[in-house]
Design a protein around this ligand. Structure first.
Ligand code: SF4
Ligand code: SF4
Ligand code: SF4
Length: 263
């Protein structure tokens, strides 16, 4: 059964424990975030930051208020990244996680263009770059554990469980406290549905979430992909060549290191 996470923005206190837990479990590098001219830290999802809190100060019915929202891969029911990938490097698992196989990736970055949430990030500063994104802590999921971020949350803003049960719980909360929530579960239908679901006291557009219909994004990317096979072939060939060249250069460097040690 597909798993999911329900994020309740009315319970989030913006402590960023989830951000830290994600970095810690996945052993991702820290980032230099000084002098970026933004209160958000770090400002964007990246190859080293798979989740981040967005801080938005907006006017509600009780005056100005801070609203905190958590960003990461949404683990779409019909992932556009997977449809766009010409070598099948993305896979939607039965657990709900959308996982990535670096061994198959040729670095064309179609997935970055296709994702409606701007999630996949490229390792621009690595000699052999790969795509990186939230994995839904698939290594933990397979062992029956909750994602690291959900486990770390001290306020109950993140609930992990079966997607269908979380969706029912989200609707129950909205129904029993209509003054607390807008009547919208983000992710129930957007882009064909996502495993990560959100409820909030303010409309999702006001905190920067893309307004998406219920159509699967793959409906749009399928014809696009099929319309450009010559380009795809050229890009694939080029990226494979770069990959081969980089690998070879790495092997030469390793060989030179070993030779120096022997001398
Ligand atoms: S949010 Fe983007 S990267 Fe994540 S599964 Fe959906 S399309 Fe793929
Ligand atoms: S599910 Fe795992 S990888 Fe994804 S944001 Fe949470 S801790 Fe990070
Ligand atoms: S750990 Fe929980 S309360 Fe803290 S920022 Fe993340 S979601 Fe919000």
């Amino acid at each position: 059964m597909s798993k999911g996470v329900l994020f309740d923005a009315t319970k989030c206190i913006g402590c960023r424990a989830c951000q830290v837990a994600c970095k810690s479990w996945n052993e991702n590098r820290s980032e230099d975030t000084a002098n970026r001219g933004t209160a958000e830290n770090p400002p964007h999802l990246s190859a080293d930051t798979w989740t981040k809190m967005r801080f938005t100060e907006i006017e509600g019915k009780d005056g100005f208020q801070w609203v905190f929202t958590k960003l990461q891969c949404m683990h779409c029911e019909h992932p556009a990244c997977a449809t766009a990938c010409i070598v099948g490097a993305f896979e939607k698992t039965k657990e709900g996680a959308v996982v990535y196989d670096a061994k198959k990736c040729i670095g064309c970055r179609y997935c970055m263009v296709a994702c409606p949430f701007g999630v996949p990030a490229f390792e621009w500063d690595r000699p052999i770059p790969y795509i990186r994104k939230c994995t839904f802590c698939f290594d933990r999921l397979k062992g029956g554990m909750a994602p690291s971020c959900a486990t770390a949350c001290p306020s109950g803003a993140l609930s992990f469980g079966d997607r269908a049960e979380l969706l029912a719980e989200a609707k129950r909360r909205i129904e029993t406290a209509p003054a607390r929530y807008v009547p919208h579960v983000y992710g129930e239908k957007e882009a064909g549905g996502t495993c990560w679901l959100y409820i909030s006291s303010v409309p999702f557009e006001s905190v920067g979430f893309p307004k998406l219909g219920p159509e699967r994004m793959s409906v749009f990317s399928d014809p696009l992909m099929h319309a450009v096979p010559p380009v795809a072939v050229v890009v694939a060939g080029l990226m494979t060549g770069i990959y081969w060249f980089s690998k070879r250069r790495e092997k030469i460097a390793a060989h030179e290191d070993i030779s120096e040690e022997k001398e």
